[in-house]
Design a protein around this ligand. Structure first.
Ligand SMILES: *Cc1c(COP(=O)(O)O)cnc(C)c1O
Length: 431
């Protein structure tokens, strides 16, 4: 099996396994297509938390994506990849003072605040530096709109400020001089595969934005409609039809843009932009039978790909997978014996990447790929379990492979540990 003319086997030999391989041309194609079908007034911001690799973001940024970041490192990643401060927003429920100050110093477009307490803190920090910082209020919607796999509204949450509290907050511009409240942000859910749900969410956010303006007197420099566009992972799911998405969203965008000239309209997307471009590449170490079931024990697992393993979900469902070995074309018939269970090196029965999938008869040394793995992979997994650390990441762009993150080596991981020394006198002591 090849990617842009390069054998996966050659990538595995050069960069080792387990590793993540990203198809840069797929990344570029996805952002380009999304920007082309959506109303031009809607700007797409990439959620770096879905894939914080700097080169992955660089490709998306070159294709037109702005940046939505949630930590100091993500902020620096976005800036170093070339995003203009004016195209960056920072959100997250527990921002540190250091992070807030970094936002002020970089002069990013907006800080999305998630509580009034945080807004007060930002006001003080901005006043101390005599700068004005645009702020979007993240609103926790009063209702949930069904259709996403993780709904956000209608529940007590650490995210955002309850709709009721925002509407009851009174005259905000007179209370905050340095924190320049000028817009709202709403994130209604993730893994949405129904265009109608996206339309309903967007209608709700626009209607809410007008209500917030009427109640609080803020300017509306920006409305962030969230996003949460999904991709198909499992049997029975299908990818969003972008033509349908455009049909739902574009008339709403058009109407709102005409009524609110000068208001920036923001769509956030992580999974949709990144997931399909990534393959988790792992090598089978051993095969064995246990009580009639065929196991392939591989070098990768939960520690790099918790989503595929399905930790936290009730039923084990399999991500799409494929045999990547050079001779895979000759071995495409699924094993007559049927089904393979692919597990990793961790000492827990949960470390099962694929449960009874139809793959050709496997043997030690075979190369496997878990597809659609470009979002919420290693950075969203317990990478330090059994001290394996981060895998290598490789970006293939225009037929050339680039190492875009080195794997953690044992020395990298050991360096952070300190053997305690009882002869030291400068350590903190209790009385
Ligand atoms: C996680 C997150 C996103 C990205 O969600 P996807 O489903 O990956 O597109 C966007 N906005 C907020 C506020 C988030 O928390």
């Amino acid at each position: 099996m090849k990617i842009q003319g390069i054998e996966y086997e050659d990538l595995a030999e050069r960069y080792g396994t387990p590793s993540y391989v990203y198809d840069g041309n797929v990344l570029a194609g996805t952002i380009t297509e999304l920007c082309e079908v959506l109303h031009p007034a809607l700007e797409v911001f990439f959620s770096l938390k879905s894939n914080p690799n700097i080169s992955v973001f660089r490709v998306l940024h070159q294709g037109g994506a702005r940046a939505e970041v949630s930590s100091l490192v993500e902020l620096r990643t976005a800036l170093e990849a070339g995003a203009a401060p004016g195209d960056i927003i920072f959100l997250g429920p527990g921002k540190s003072e250091e992070e807030l100050v970094a936002c002020l110093e970089a002069g990013i477009y907006a800080v999305v605040v998630e509580s009034f307490d945080e807004l007060d803190r930002l006001e003080k920090l901005a006043e101390a530096r005599n700068v004005r910082q645009r702020v979007l209020l993240r609103v926790n919607p009063a209702v949930a709109i069904s259709g996403s796999r993780l709904t956000m509204g209608g529940k007590p949450r650490q995210f955002g400020i309850d709709e009721e509290q925002v509407l009851g907050a009174g005259d905000l511009p007179s209370r905050y001089q340095y924190a320049d409240v000028a817009g709202i942000h709403v994130y209604m859910g993730t893994r949405i595969l129904d265009p109608e749900v996206l339309g309903k969410n967007t209608r709700y956010v626009f209607e809410l934005a007008d209500r917030v303006v009427r109640h609080t007197g803020i300017r509306l420099d920006a409305v962030d409609i969230g996003g949460g566009m999904g991709v198909a992972y499992f049997e029975g799911e299908s990818d969003l039809d972008l033509t349908e998405v455009a049909k739902e969203l574009n008339p709403l965008i058009e109407e709102f843009a005409v009524g609110h000239p000068g208001t920036r309209l923001i769509l956030e997307s992580g999974r949709f932009l990144a997931a399909r471009a990534g393959v988790y590449v792992l090598r089978v170490r051993y095969t064995k039978q246990s009580m009639g079931e065929s196991f392939a024990v591989a070098d990768g697992g939960t520690h790099h790909h918790m989503a595929a393993v399905g930790i936290g979900s009730f039923v084990k469902r399999n991500f799409p997978s494929v045999l990547l070995s050079k001779d895979s074309a000759d071995r495409n018939a699924p094993d007559a014996a049927g089904r393979w269970t692919v597990t990793g090196p961790l000492c827990t029965p949960n470390d099962t990447l694929l449960k009874q999938v139809g793959l050709p008869a496997l043997e030690a040394g075979d190369l496997l790929g878990v597809e659609r793995s470009g979002a919420y992979g290693p950075s969203a997994s317990p990478g330090l379990f059994l001290s394996h650390g981060y895998p290598a990441e490789v970006l293939v762009m225009d037929g050339v492979a680039h190492l875009v993150r080195s794997r953690d080596e044992p020395d990298d991981l050991l360096r952070k540990q300190h053997l305690f020394d009882q002869t030291r006198t400068d350590d903190l002591q209790g009385s």
